[in-house]
Design a protein around this ligand. Structure first.
Ligand SMILES: Cc1ncc(COP(=O)(O)O)c(C=O)c1O
Length: 400
C-alpha cells in the first residue's frame, strides 16, 4: 500500500521552488528533502569510516552502510552479499568487463551488445575486445526502435561470451522484454549483464524474476546521490578477481602477495562513500512509499501524453514506438537539438539535446542529434503543457 500519494510528491522536492520545468530526469533526478536531510544528518552525527574503527561511532556508521546495502538488495530482489557499491553504472560495467569479461573472453571470441546501448555499455567492452583480440556483435533494432526476440535468438546462438543490453533505452524509451531475452541467452549458456540505469528508477525490477547474471544502475537517477550499484550472482562474484585494489578489499597482505576479502567487500577498495549509500537507501524508502508500480504508471502516462501532443505537430519527428517508459525523443523540422534546448531554456524549460551518449544509435537512426524530454515521479502534466507552449515559441524563432 502506497503511503505517499503522487499528488503530494512534488512538494517534497525543494528544487521545484525555483519554478523551473525540469524534463531531464533520465540524465539525473532531483532529490526529495528527506534524502538531503539524511545525508546532512549522517555528516553531522554519524560520520566515521566503516569496517575499520572499533569505537561505537564507527560501528554505527558500519551498521548504517550495511543496512543501506540490505535496502538496495531488497529493492531489486537480491541478497545483500550480491550488492556491490561502486561510483555509478559506468563503473559497474567496467568492473564486470574487467573482472568477469577478462577471465571468460579470449582471442576470436565475441561479446554481444545491441544497437541501442549507451556509450557506458559499449566502450568498456570495446576496450576488453581490443585487449583480448575479440570482437563485438550488435543485435539490430527495427525501424520503430524495438529489438525482436528472433534477433536476440540469432545473436546468442553465435555463442558470445556475454550478452550486455539495456533494459530501457535512454533515447527511444523502449522497454526491452528483458526476461525473455535473458531466458533465450541462458538457453545457449550465455551470461547476461542488464544495464538497468533507466529501468530501476522508474519501474519494478526484480533480479530474481529476470534471472540476470549482472545488473547495474546509478543512484543519482533514482532520487539519490552519486553512488552506483552492481548486482552479481554470488557464485559469479566469488569467482571473479577484484577490479580495484587497496585497503578494505583484502583479508591479509604480505610483502609479496595478498588474499581477498569476501564478496561483496572484495570489490569495494578504499574508503567508501558511506553518506551516499545511506542517501540511496533513503531514496529507495521514499520510492517504496510511493510504490514502484505507481511510479511507472505515472511516468509512463506523462510520456504518452507528451508523445501524443508532439505527434500532432507536423514538423516534429518522433523516434521509437509507443512501447516506451518515461521519455520521448524528437526533432523539430531542421532545427538542431541544441537550438531547441537553448530556446526552451529561455522559458525555464530544461530538456536534454545532443547524441545522448549513444553515437552508434544516432548513426543507426541517421541523425546527428535529437531532443529528449524525460519524466520523474515529481513531473506533472502542467510541466508537459508548459513545455509545449515554450516549444511553439521556439519554433517561431525559426519560422516554423
Ligand atoms: C542506459 C544508460 N546506461 C548507462 C548510463 C550511465 O550512467 P552513469 O553516467 O550514471 O554511470 C546511462 C546514463 O545516462 C544510461 O542512460
Amino acid at each position: 500500500m502506497a503511503v505517499i500519494s503522487l499528488l503530494d510528491v512534488r512538494k517534497d522536492f525543494p528544487f521545484f521552488s525555483q519554478g523551473l520545468v525540469y524534463l531531464d530526469s533520465a540524465a539525473t533526478s532531483q532529490k526529495p528533502k528527506v534524502v538531503l536531510d539524511v545525508m546532512r544528518e549522517f555528516y553531522e552525527k554519524n560520520n566515521a569510516n566503516v569496517h575499520r574503527g572499533v569505537y561505537r561511532l564507527a560501528d554505527m556508521a558500519t551498521q548504517m552502510y550495511e543496512a543501506a546495502r540490505k535496502t538496495v538488495a531488497e529493492f531489486i530482489g537480491a541478497h545483500p552479499r550480491e550488492i556491490v557499491f561502486v561510483r555509478n553504472a559506468t563503473e559497474a560495467i567496467n568492473l564486470v568487463a574487467h573482472s568477469f569479461g577478462g577471465s571468460v573472453v579470449s582471442k576470436d571470441d565475441s561479446i554481444l551488445l545491441t544497437e541501442m546501448e549507451h556509450h557506458s555499455n559499449i566502450v568498456p567492452w570495446q576496450m576488453l575486445a581490443k585487449t583480448k583480440d575479440a570482437k563485438l556483435s550488435f543485435v539490430p533494432i527495427t525501424e520503430s526502435g524495438q529489438i525482436e526476440l528472433s534477433a536476440v535468438r540469432h545473436g546468442v546462438s553465435q555463442k558470445p561470451k556475454i550478452f550486455a543490453f539495456t533494459h530501457v533505452s535512454n533515447v527511444l524509451g523502449t522497454i526491452n522484454p528483458a526476461k525473455e531475452f535473458i531466458a533465450e541467452a541462458h538457453k545457449c549458456g550465455v551470461p547476461v549483464l542488464l544495464d538497468a540505469s533507466q529501468s530501476v528508477p522508474s519501474m519494478p525490477v526484480s533480479v530474481k524474476d529476470l534471472d540476470c547474471d549482472f545488473l547495474v544502475f546509478s543512484g543519482h537517477k533514482l532520487l539519490g546521490p552519486h553512488i552506483g550499484v552492481l548486482y552479481g550472482k554470488r557464485e559469479l562474484l566469488e569467482r571473479m578477481e577484484p577490479f580495484l585494489c587497496g585497503g578494505g578489499m583484502i583479508k591479509e597482505v604480505d610483502f609479496q602477495s595478498s588474499t581477498w576479502n569476501d564478496v561483496p567487500w572484495k570489490f569495494e577498495a578504499g574508503t567508501f562513500d558511506v553518506p551516499s549509500a545511506v542517501g540511496l537507501a533513503s531514496a529507495i524508502e521514499y520510492l517504496n512509499k510511493v510504490g514502484m508500480k505507481n511510479v511507472m504508471e505515472h511516468e509512463q502516462a506523462l510520456a504518452r501524453y507528451a508523445y501524443d501532443l508532439l505527434g500532432k505537430d507536423p514538423v516534429v519527428t518522433l523516434y521509437g514506438s509507443d512501447n516506451r517508459l518515461n521519455l520521448v525523443s524528437f526533432n523539430v523540422g531542421d532545427m538542431h537539438g541544441h537550438d531547441v534546448s537553448t530556446l526552451l531554456d529561455q522559458h525555464g524549460v530544461c530538456v536534454r539535446a545532443g547524441h545522448h551518449c549513444a553515437h552508434p544509435l544516432m548513426k543507426r537512426l541517421g541523425i546527428p542529434a535529437c531532443v529528449r524530454v524525460s519524466f520523474g515521479v515529481y513531473s506533472t502534466k502542467a510541466d508537459v503543457d508548459k513545455f509545449m507552449v515554450a516549444l511553439q515559441k521556439a519554433k517561431k524563432v525559426f519560422g516554423l
